[in-house]
Ligand binder design. Structure first.
Ligand SMILES: O=P(O)(O)OC[C@@H](O)[C@@H](O)c1c[nH]c2ccccc12
Length: 280
């Protein structure tokens, strides 16, 4: 796949995916993928990736724990607007790690989520657990960029990718030593993820079109995911009882953003999520 090629946009609503938005945002040339690509060549990123510390094997860590927690650094979301200022992403990530999080997810998309690659750098420098670059990853360039900035995990959203591109990016992530969290929303996407060879499948309970959360999505799709895969429940997890419920439904990991960035004490919140009792 050509690093600069724009994939079919039709499957993801424009409101959710900034890359496909028709509105141009002033002053974004440096922060948009094409702007960054003009400033830093792929060859330069590849040199930086070669110098970066090797990626941590997050997939293996997810398999080791009863329930792993991926704790998210997220300032804003399209569904909720402003969530938290997060003036010190390093401190927040450090708190998550101190509470026992298995990995940290960092939103790097700017316009809708208020994130940046600077946030990724800051968090990477602050913690020694795996870091997920959370963005709409559709090109080789973005994967190399993630690795050059020290990411261990990348998000691949099935709804945003053709089968060919999904398979290609999954392979490239593996070649770069990174774990791919392959995100699905329905039965068809789950089958596509499995067919592509995904080993870590994230079930996002948030409907991409309406942005509503449907917690039953995980229990509906989990049986379609082969037992050898790591199953991650994503979105709308508000506290320990939700964590317990997902653990009881067979989730190996949960991904939590809003509840952690809006809470008072992130160390305690992470500890409580992980102390959950599996609901019988
Ligand atoms: O803040 P929540 O409801 O706990 O959700 C976290 C995470 O699942 C959500 O941020 C997310 C899941 N998939 C995404 C894709 C892009 C941006 C964000 C996301």
């Amino acid at each position: 796949m050509d690093g600069g090629r724009i994939p079919p946009a039709a499957r993801l609503p424009l409101s959710t995916c900034p890359r496909f938005s028709r509105r141009s945002s002033p002053g974004s040339a440096r922060t948009s993928p094409t702007g960054r690509q003009a400033a830093t060549s792929l060859a330069e990123l590849q040199r930086r990736a070669a110098r970066a510390a090797p990626a941590i094997d997050a997939e293996e860590l997810f398999r080791r724990e009863d329930l792993s927690l991926i704790a998210e650094v997220k300032r804003r979301s399209p569904s909720k607007g402003d969530l938290a200022g997060i003036p010190d992403p390093a401190a927040l990530a450090g708190a998550y790690a101190a509470g026992g999080a298995t990995a940290i997810s960092v939103l790097t998309e700017r316009r809708r989520f208020g994130g940046s690659l600077d946030d990724l750098d800051t968090v990477r420098a602050a913690v020694d657990i795996p870091v997920l670059r959370k963005d709409f990853m559709v090109t080789d360039y973005q994967l190399w960029e993630a690795r050059a900035h020290g990411a261990d995990i990348v998000l691949l959203i099935v709804a945003a990718l053709s089968d060919v591109d999904l398979g290609h990016l999954l392979r490239l992530a593996g070649e770069l030593g990174m774990t791919a969290l392959v995100e699905v929303h329905d039965e068809v996407e789950t089958q596509r993820a499995v067919d592509a060879g995904a080993l870590v499948v994230g079930v996002n309970a948030r409907n991409l079109k309406t942005l509503e959360v449907f917690p039953d999505t995980f229990s509906r799709l989990a049986p379609l995911i082969p037992p050898g895969c790591v199953k991650v429940a994503e979105s709308g997890i508000t506290g320990p009882s939700d964590a317990a419920w997902y653990a009881g439904q067979g989730a190996d990991a949960i991904l939590v953003g809003e509840a952690l960035v809006t809470g008072a004490d992130p160390v305690l919140a992470v500890e409580e999520l992980l102390r959950q009792q599996v609901a019988s």
